[in-house]
Design a protein around this ligand. Structure first.
Ligand code: UFG
Length: 325
């Protein structure tokens, strides 16, 4: 009986790609997920404990029953707009429940933690590419919940020796190339799946949120990073925690920006013309978000494999066709 990794939120979009990778590599793991937005099928048979990481009693049992060496925490609410309308739910789920999880880790003497953070911790960029030393100034409750947890982790390290890697994702996109798993949010708010749905069903017109930004075509620029590359980075983060005494925060992005119209073009070429109309700006959207991911490359040894936006879109399209069928 070797040690296991506890994957919280393993039934969700990014978590399920992590599970897929752990299975591929025969790394022992257990999933904790309340299935509030995750999908049981996405686990492909991996062991699921159904519950929320804010349930201290449940966690105590999980840590007592399984020999857990590290925790990877994917479970959180992710919609910027919803966080503005309902901050209570965001602070409760993303901050309070995470503190419970961390406290139970300390109680069980589990000292390695990998956290899904976000580019939203930076707020409005002051440089064309954002590196980790960029000023932190989230402009919405969602980003604040993630920054708060990062700060809490600093305190937990000093007081209890709990070490962490905070991975600040830019725009997660794509799906596993083997077609088994992919993005399945309800409601879907992300650009690439919405553009694909618009192209294929031709029922809904995609709304482009603003075309008067100070960018090359007036629409927002984002750094789209393949979900399998994100999963790889978590594996490297585990290795990092096994080999180093320090904690780390690292950006995960391709370091290349695409405008909304460029993404629509890519989807149009692969899936058919995307019907779209320009609508008002969406609250809380910075004009440009592009990563400087030097640290992940140099310190973690991370090399993203699917850097071509056409690969990202074609994997997402293959998955869309599968779930629509
Ligand atoms: N967009 C549209 N129309 C849509 C949906 C999106 O024009 O129907 C635009 C957005 O305005 C944005 C871009 O497409 O410019 C990407 O939007 P997404 O909603 O796909 O992603 P975000 O950049 O808003 O959000 C992502 C994550 C968040 C995270 C954020 C910052 O989903 O969790 O990146 O890192 F906070």
């Amino acid at each position: 009986e070797g040690k296991s990794v506890l994957v919280v939120g393993g039934a969700g979009y990014i978590g399920s790609h992590m599970i897929h990778l752990l299975r591929d590599l025969n790394i022992r793991h257990v999933v904790l997920d309340d299935l509030s937005s995750g999908h049981r099928e996405a686990l492909q048979g991996s062991r699921l404990i159904e519950g929320n990481c804010g349930d201290a009693t449940l966690l105590r049992n999980v840590f007592a029953e399984h020999d857990i060496d590290a925790v990877i925490h994917f479970a959180s609410f992710i919609e910027v707009g919803a966080s503005v309308r309902n901050p209570a739910a965001y602070y409760e789920n993303n901050v309070c429940n995470t503190v419970t999880l961390l406290s139970e880790m300390v109680r069980a003497d589990v000292k390695k933690f990998i956290f899904s953070s976000t580019a939203a911790v930076y707020g409005l960029p002051e440089t064309s590419k954002i590196d980790e030393s960029h000023r932190k100034g989230p402009i919405n409750p969602y980003g604040r919940t993630k920054l708060m947890v990062e700060e809490i982790l600093g305190d937990f390290e000093k007081a209890y020796g709990l070490r962490s890697v905070c991975l600040r994702y830019f725009n997660a996109a794509g799906a596993h190339p083997d077609g088994a798993i992919g993005e399945n949010h309800n409601p879907e708010t992300h650009l690439i799946p919405l553009a694909i749905a618009a192209a294929i069903t031709r029922e809904k017109v995609l709304k482009v949120f603003g075309d008067d930004y100070d960018t090359r075509d007036g629409t927002c620029v984002r750094d789209y990073i393949h979900v399998c590359d994100l999963a790889d980075a978590h594996l490297l983060a585990l290795k990092y925690l096994n080999q180093n005494e320090a904690s780390l925060a690292a950006n995960l992005g391709n370091e290349a920006g695409f405008t909304v119209l460029e993404v629509i073009d890519a989807v149009s070429r692969l899936a058919g013309q995307v019907p779209y109309e320009v609508a008002a700006r969406r609250d809380g959207d910075p004009a440009v978000l592009v990563a400087d991911a030097t640290r992940a490359r140099e310190v973690l040894g991370w090399t993203p494999q699917y850097t071509d936006v056409n690969d990202i879109v074609s994997h997402a399209l293959q998955w869309y066709r599968k779930i629509a069928a």
